[in-house]
Design a protein around this ligand. Structure first.
Ligand code: SF4
Length: 64
């Protein structure tokens, strides 16, 4: 599973970082979230929850 963030959609709310800090980080300089560990979804069981909690559906999880 590979998480991707659509920066055109991201509004920088920080929900993904709150739900899944091992994988997502809010870059406050640009006001957008970033994936800090693309492999992290294999270990952290929170990527799908982060995607569900994104208010603008900017997170997609690609299956390998
Ligand atoms: S939850 Fe969605 S809108 Fe909010 S920071 Fe994360 S990717 Fe951006």
């Amino acid at each position: 599973m590979r998480p991707k963030i659509d920066h055109d959609k991201c509004i920088g709310c920080g929900n993904c970082q709150e739900v899944c800090p091992a994988v997502f980080h809010l870059n406050e300089e640009i006001g957008k979230a970033e994936v800090i560990d693309p492999e992290g979804c294999e270990l952290a069981d929170c990527c799908e929850a982060a995607a569900e909690n994104c208010p603008v559906e900017a997170i997609t999880i690609e299956e390998d």
